[in-house]
Design a binder for this molecule. Structure first.
Ligand code: MP5
Length: 228
């Protein structure tokens, strides 16, 4: 069995938790609040903007045979950004000037740190898990969403034939990369796999919980005296 299948089986309970997230189920059922979906849109727009330099850094280190597909993936990100701008305008969601939520900020820092410091197979693992997560998450939504939903273009973006083929390519290439690494590196790939999946769950959670940073909502209970 290849690395990806093995990890997907190891992570099955967490993976299923992601696929049953209330954000996905309520988008599928048409009960999601526009504000909740708007929070996800504005935050994911930031994430995608950060994914462009992440991929750029990967291309700089990619084997020749990976370059063409990764370059095309940057083109796809540019089209996604355009889709977000168009949908945001239609839904009255403000994208410009949005501050990253805590979880979005952390995930973006993780992308940047991975691009700068991790090995190529480690960065490839992060890319694979993030893309596979979106393919499967939006496939859950696709199974029940009304075709006329304003959110349908996002479903189509991440469940298209082309995107499925891209994720299939990532899977085959990650299996190949992982087959060539030693035991310690393989353990690191497993940790990247798990951590990225946890970030994906946290990102759906952020949309539902809202973009406020933790610890800022309640008034200070017992103000510290500044006298003396
Ligand atoms: C993706 C995304 C998919 N847009 N946002 C998160 C939080 N995870 C994964 O990546 P891409 O590059 O937009 O297909």
């Amino acid at each position: 069995m290849g690395f990806c299948r093995e990890q997907l089986e190891r992570m099955r309970p967490l993976w299923d938790r992601m696929l049953h997230h209330p954000f996905l189920l309520s988008t599928r059922d048409g009960t999601i609040a526009r504000e909740t979906f708007g929070t996800w849109m504005a935050q994911d727009h930031l994430f995608i903007e950060a994914a462009v330099p992440f991929l750029g850094a990967m291309i700089a280190r990619a084997p020749r045979a990976h370059r063409e597909t990764l370059v095309a993936a940057i083109g796809a990100l540019m089209e996604e950004l355009e889709l977000f701008r168009e949908r945001a305008e239609a839904a009255g969601v403000e994208l410009e000037g949005t501050e990253p939520a805590f979880i979005c900020h952390a995930y973006i820092q993780y992308l940047h740190a991975t691009a700068a410091r991790a090995s190529y197979p480690e960065a490839f693992t992060v890319l694979y898990v993030a893309e596979k997560a979106y393919l499967e998450s939006w496939s859950v939504v696709r199974a029940g969403i009304e075709r006329g939903s304003p959110w349908m273009p996002f479903v189509e973006n991440w469940t298209s034939e082309g995107f499925r083929d891209y994720v299939g390519w990532l899977e085959a290439e990650l299996d190949r990369l992982a087959a060539d690494v030693g035991g310690e590196e393989r353990s690191r790939l497993e940790r990247y796999f798990e951590r990225t999946l946890k970030y994906e769950i946290a990102f759906w959670e952020l949309a539902v919980q809202g973009a406020r940073w933790p610890g800022l909502d309640e008034p200070t209970a017992d103000p510290v005296s500044r006298e003396g």
